[in-house]
Design a protein. Structure first.
Length: 116
């Protein structure tokens, strides 16, 4: 987890945040909501002995470590959305992020339903 702190601090210090529009802020909230679903289903799946986590970063992580991972990732995602993704691509970036995250949650639910 320590390897994430330094880059996040560097991004925070050097970031020149561009304000997101209301629509973009709403999409960020949808991404965060989907991430909560991923974190919860990851924690539930980690407690089931029949399921093996495929993300090597999360393998063997405690619930606190899982939450920390997703929190750090979402902070990075928000900074990338504001400061790296050009305005003309931001909607596609956010839609893709929300879609991918939602598919992960659906997959997690299906795996949990089948094996736990």
């Amino acid at each position: 987890m320590r390897w994430l702190i330094i880059p996040l601090l560097m991004i925070t210090i050097t970031a020149q945040a561009k304000e997101l529009t209301v629509k973009e802020q709403n999409k960020q909230q949808w991404f965060h909501l989907a991430t909560v679903g991923d974190a919860v289903t990851t924690i539930v799946g980690a407690s089931c002995v029949a399921i093996k986590e495929v993300n090597p970063i999360l393998q063997g992580a405690s619930p606190v470590g899982i939450i920390g991972f997703f929190l750090a990732r979402n902070i990075a995602h928000e900074y990338i959305t504001k400061d790296v993704i050009p305005d003309q691509w931001r909607s596609a970036w956010q839609n893709s992020s929300i879609g991918a995250q939602t598919l992960v949650v659906i997959n997690n639910v299906m795996v949990i339903a089948e094996h736990c």
